[in-house]
Design a protein. Sequence first.
Length: 324
Amino acid sequence: MKKAKCKICKQENGNMIKGVCKDCYNIKTFRNENYSKLIDYLKKKFNNFSVHGNILRQIKGLRNEGLTDKQILYIIYYTFDILKLFNMKYNYTIALCMNNGGDTLEHAKKKNIDLINIKKDYFQEEINKNNKLQEERKKEISINRIDIKKKQQEDEISKIQEQIDKLKRDKEKEELLEKRRIEWENTIVTKISELQLENYLIDNLHLIEDRLIFIKNQYQIKRGVIDILAKDRDNNDCIIELKIDDDDKRIVWQCGYYPTQINDGKCRMITVAPNYAPRIMSALHNFKYVEMFTYDVKFGTNIKPIKSLSINKVINNIINEASK
């Protein structure tokens, strides 16, 4: 009885199912997705050659032995390399070669080639390559982790160093400011301001007259500011105008105007200056109620500009005329 040819593999086979040999039918209906991918890969890899049923059986046998598709591919690569070595075509011998039998094995024996050991070496070499690649990758990952950790440590050290440098700069700045402050405080002055004179006299009004009582400083009036307002022992209001120059002509206008703004002029007008220029002295003598005082200052440092102060009363022309 003539055997029918399989529609897929074109091989004669007496065991047919729907015009397809049993092996091709099993492959066609095989549900394993990885297995189908393996067959498709073989067709694409090796120029779409017709995958013989014997090859498929060998593949299935290898799978049944627990080999993975990747390991099977290594064996197939080995098979094709051996066939190329003996200049053999891709035919039925492929399957025999995969099982270390048939003509391929005979050819190998004639050339003193241990096909089985070659197969083992080939397979082991591929495994070693993969293991080596995996080890290199693990090593690279480990090195990368070490580098990352080292970089993190370096960054942390850098941050700490920056903080230390900042603290050091801040400390140096504070020390410099403190040094300058001390130098400034201990620098001897050669001139005082009107405000410094005012602050000193507020606490030392007795230098002008005993029992003078401080009331207010920088006292605002219409169109002017009184330096110090005080009361004497008889409860009289006292306007005290301070100057640090000998020839400040404003004092003349102030002596004429300020008393009109306090108790309808019923108050004392006192001026304190280092000295009085002749024209200022002459002008102030015209105000019979103005009492003039001069001061001598012993300069201190910036922190305490006035070390000591002495005040002397200027005898006006009225007293001079009475003494004649």
